[in-house]
Design a protein around this ligand. Structure first.
Ligand SMILES: NC(=O)c1ccc[n+]([C@@H]2O[C@H](COP(=O)([O-])OP(=O)(O)OC[C@H]3O[C@@H](n4cnc5c(N)ncnc54)[C@H](O)[C@@H]3O)[C@@H](O)[C@H]2O)c1
Length: 434
């Protein structure tokens, strides 16, 4: 089941993955819940050690709490990504790495592993509900990447399971862990920019077509072959189609596995907006999109707009993959001024821009708060550090499943609006989309 450090890593992965899959099926069904002390070592397992999984592992290795490490990795792709993740787990945790790191193919044996206290889920979007629910039922605390769900109807079971199993679950919309958003929330609550009537979220990107990874078409690893992937497991609840390297690596480009811009990018900015504005679900959502630039076989849109009516304000969203003159950020438009959180991960801090003198009803100071409130990559580290703190304290993490639901369900409403060509409504009484 586990590695021997002296073994050739590739041989080891091939052998252990097979063994682990077999062993896992035989593991007893009861949940394995370990109680963590204030200073006890926290053993983490990673499901889906692709691009994001590896990044989160690196961020985890840098947090102040040094009593945390990776002890197990599971990936249905028996190749490069798991190799890289093993290297991170073995080398970045400053002498804390266990002698043996368990390697699994599937989620079941990972979640049944009694040595694992908590898991990071960084699999593609459409598998999150299945993996998140199974992890909670197996007694694991969870850091689950965004979006928490693919369709709003999946929310009920996730919320009930996380609650009934009493698990600490953090959803990976990390912006809300950046102090700059807390600062914006305080400023707006104090009335600094007057009444906020609209939030503009935007994430514009452009790529040279020859650039590797352009518009979600990432470089496919040379060792990605059908024989090395459990394709049926990747598909999960999605329609059955023949194996496709493009679908496996570029899953964001296909509606079967992703809600495209709506869930990959917009969900971050919905989440930041509802956190700052203390909102929950929008009353209505209307969305529109198309493929104008990257007509390369993808089905998800490369150009996307959404309008959501929240109680008291409107959220106006745009994302395009054909121009990045305004990059990424959120603008909170108030009657006396604007709060502009500028840039990816808010690395450019926060600006307050007063309305002209004649229009303002109060004095508003022009302020620029630099990146001490943000910083490249800082959001990811703060967010995962908050999860680890909560694993010890058993307090609510910054983005619990209820918050994860508000963001992802609103994104799901936008997808329904796009496909059905109509404005959709959240029925708060019945707690459903109509
Ligand atoms: N919070 C953020 O800013 C942020 C940034 C990037 C990605 N993400 C999220 O992270 C998740 C992963 O994205 P990525 O870019 O790393 O994707 P990826 O394709 O690079 O990695 C996915 C990993 O999951 C594995 N996998 C796929 N299906 C699996 C299954 N059923 N069981 C076990 N393993 C499986 C793949 O082999 C791979 O290792 C997505 O939900 C994405 O939205 C979040």
């Amino acid at each position: 089941m586990e590695t021997k450090n002296e073994m050739n890593r590739r041989q080891f992965i091939a052998q252990t993955a097979k063994t682990a899959a077999g062993v896992g099926l035989a593991v007893a069904a009861g949940p394995a819940i370990n109680v963590l002390g204030a200073n006890s070592m926290i053993n983490i397992g990673v499901l889906g050690p692709g691009s994001r999984g590896q990044h989160l592992m690196s961020q985890l290795s840098k947090i102040d709490d040094k009593q945390v490490r990776i002890v197990a990795i599971a990936d249905i792709f028996d190749g490069t990504w798991r190799d890289k993740a093993l290297a991170i787990a073995a080398e970045r945790f400053e002498g804390r790495a266990p002698k043996e790191i368990a390697v699994y193919k599937h989620y079941e044996p990972l979640f049944a592993d009694k040595n694992v206290d908590a898991v990071i889920i960084a699999t593609p979007e459409h598998s999150h509900p299945r993996h998140l629910i199974a992890a909670c039922k197996a007694g694991k605390d969870v850091y689950c990447e965004k979006p928490m769900l693919h369709h709003w109807k999946e929310g009920d079971e996730i919320l009930k399971t996380a609650q009934s199993t009493n698990r600490i679950v953090q959803i990976g919309t990390q912006r809300r862990s950046l102090p700059v958003y807390k600062k914006a929330q305080e400023l707006i609550e104090a009335g600094t920019i007057g009444k906020v009537t609209q939030v503009h979220g935007f994430w514009h990107r452009n790529f040279n077509p020859n650039q590797p990874g352009a518009a979600w078409r990432r470089t496919i690893p040379p060792d990605l072959e059908e024989s090395k992937v459990d394709w049926k497991e990747f598909l999960g609840t999605a329609p059955s189609v023949p194996f496709s390297k493009e679908r496996y690596c570029h899953w964001r480009c296909y509606w079967d596995y992703s809600n495209g811009i709506g869930s990959d990018l917009m969900v971050h900015q919905i989440d930041a907006t509802i956190m700052v504005m203390k909102a929950q679900m929008p009353n209505t959502v209307v969305a529109s999109g198309n493929i104008y630039r990257w007509d390369d076989g993808r089905t998800t849109c490369d150009t996307w707009s959404t309008i959501m009516e929240y109680p008291g304000f409107q959220f106006n969203y745009s994302s395009i993959f054909g121009n990045q003159s305004i990059d990424c950020g959120e603008k909170f438009y108030g009657t006396d001024g604007t709060i502009w959180i500028d840039g990816n991960n808010a690395q450019n801090g926060l600006k307050i821009i007063p309305e002209p003198d004649k229009i303002r009803t109060r004095d508003v100071e022009a302020v620029e708060i630099p990146n001490e409130y943000g910083g490249e990559g800082q959001a990811d580290m703060l967010h995962i550090a908050n999860w680890v703190e909560c694993l010890r304290s058993r307090q609510k993490p910054n983005c619990d499943p209820q918050d994860g639901f508000y963001g992802a369900a609103a994104a799901s409403m936008a997808i329904i609006s796009y496909f059905e060509g109509r404005r959709v409504r959240w029925d708060a009484e019945r707690q459903e989309v109509v």
